[in-house]
Write a protein that binds this ligand. Structure first.
Ligand code: MG
Length: 186
């Protein structure tokens, strides 16, 4: 029998839809990226933060994590998980840890800045992550808050490396120009 693979486009569209359905906008994630990176970059724009978030969401690894995590949040909301997992997810039990572990998996591809930023965001929930904090009898966001932290952390790291590349390219450009003018003078 032929293996029928799910097309990447379907996975990506579904992951983005899940975020949207759960009240998370790419702009909201980009705002966290802006807060994380603006101390290090004077010319940082929201547009570049948003581009970085979109690029991170192009990766299958985070798309799959979103599908798994949001599904579990939603099943818990509908009381469709079995006990004791249902209570653990519904109550966002502090020692559970599987929500962080799932989200952490996809930051590794973006290096140490992504890992440390994820740890920071896990501790100091800011922006949309704070809004998502699971509250008693409200919607369940046990997995979603960590997924958002993961996307923001990866996008921050990606942006930090890009900015350095651009700065170095600009410096190299200046050197080229001064080399050329030195040659001209010589
Ligand atoms: Mg959580």
């Amino acid at each position: 029998m032929m293996n029928r693979r799910v097309h990447s486009k379907v996975v990506k569209a579904s992951a983005l839809e899940r975020l949207r359905d759960r009240g998370v906008t790419l702009e909201g994630i980009a705002e966290i990226v802006y807060q994380m990176q603006s101390p290090y970059s004077t010319n940082l724009t929201m547009e570049s933060c948003l581009d970085s978030v979109a690029a991170v969401l192009d990766k299958r690894e985070i798309q799959h994590a979103i599908l798994v995590g949001v599904e579990l949040d939603q099943l818990a909301e509908k009381n469709q998980l079995s006990e004791p997992l249902l209570s653990i997810v519904r109550e966002d039990e502090g020692l559970f840890g599987c929500d962080e572990t799932l989200a952490l998996g996809s930051v590794f591809g973006y290096g140490s800045i992504a890992v440390t930023t994820f740890g920071f965001l896990d501790k100091h929930k800011i922006g949309v992550i704070k809004k998502l904090d699971t509250r008693k009898d409200g919607p369940v966001h046990t997995f979603l808050d960590d997924l958002v932290a993961s996307i923001a952390a990866s996008a921050s790291s990606r942006l930090a490396h890009r900015i350095r590349d651009e700065e170095e390219a600009a410096e190299a450009g200046k050197e080229d120009i001064s080399d050329a003018s030195n040659q001209h003078a010589g």
